[in-house]
Write a protein that binds this ligand. Structure first.
Ligand code: FE2
Ligand code: FE2
Length: 304
């Protein structure tokens, strides 16, 4: 046993413990998982030797358009996260939560920067990017984002956490998993960026579950309010996906069809290849996965 282990008592609590598992959510954990592991030797999470993007991203108008639509859509969600989570740092229920949310705010800011950087790499500057973000936000998506922001503005921590770290971040699981596969041939670097953001979202959801169990365990009226809010979000999520199918799926199908010999072998879902699943079916499968994962998560935190 070295001197550090014998004299310093690392088992003593450093923050007041409110009854949830705080150990995995401190700054030390964040350092070990993000800067020292997933981000080491990378620029924006991408290793120097990662394969370059496909020429179609510059030369094919259709592919370039859907690529930018996707980036702009990621950015709308990351912007909501960055602004919401940074506000929540100041109304968190305990020290461990404030510290965790400060690390999450840094993650969300990084995600926002990464995808903004990527659009700039493809000549979409800040002004045009903001225009695109407005354009890709369907009315249904706006309703969904507004309901999230409303919980933060009311400074209702439990409702805001349910909105951000269970509902919105939970969607990132299937969506980012799908998107990183989707772009794996056209832009392996973007795939790496998405996988990096996905790994962070998994950690954010883990905190969301840990802290939400603390609220729902009380069994008081907070639980009923949460249940109602969760139901509301579930409905809105379906509307968001349906509006996406209506607006964009034709465009994606056209773009994909022209490159099927190159992208057809992508495993877009486990044991399903891109060439065998239409874009419409892809979004429908994705929607089912989002709803399934959401329900599993709601059940785990005692809201279903
Ligand atoms: Fe994020
Ligand atoms: Fe997140």
């Amino acid at each position: 046993m070295n001197e550090k282990e014998s004299r310093l008592n690392r088992k003593n609590e450093k923050f007041a413990n409110n009854g949830w598992d705080t150990a995995q959510f401190d700054v030390q954990t964040w350092l070990e998982r993000a800067p020292w592991r997933t981000l080491r030797d990378t620029e924006y999470g991408v290793k120097n030797n990662a394969p370059k993007p496909h020429p179609a991203l510059w030369e094919d108008k259709l592919v370039s358009e859907i690529y930018k639509i996707d980036l702009a859509t990621f950015l709308t969600a990351e912007r909501i996260s960055m602004s919401g989570i940074s506000k929540l740092v100041s109304c968190a229920p305990d020290e461990a939560s404030s510290v965790f949310l400060a690390t999450q705010a840094a993650d969300e800011a990084r995600h926002f920067e990464i995808f903004s950087r990527r659009l700039a790499d493809f000549d979409v500057g800040p002004e045009q990017r903001n225009e695109m973000m407005k354009k890709v936000t369907t009315p249904e998506m706006q309703k969904f984002y507004d309901l999230i922001a409303e919980q933060v503005d009311r400074e209702d921590f439990a409702a805001a956490m349910l909105s951000h770290n269970i509902i919105l971040e939970g969607m990132a699981y299937p969506v980012y998993r799908y998107e990183s596969a989707y772009w794996s041939v056209f832009d392996p670097q973007l795939s790496a960026m998405i996988r990096g953001a996905f790994a962070d979202e998994v950690h954010h959801v883990a905190y969301g579950e840990a802290i939400m169990r603390n609220y729902t365990a009380k069994g008081d009226k907070t639980r009923n309010t949460m249940s109602r809010l969760a139901k509301n979000f579930r409905m809105l999520m379906t509307e968001v996906f349906e509006s996406t199918i209506d607006h964009y799926v034709g465009l994606y199908q056209l773009a994909a069809d022209n490159y099927m010999d190159e992208i057809g072998d992508i495993q877009i879902f486990p044991s399903r290849k891109m060439r065998d699943v239409t874009e419409k079916e892809q979004v429908e499968i994705l929607m089912r996965e989002v709803n399934l994962e959401c329900d599993k998560r709601l059940a785990r935190i005692g809201l279903l």
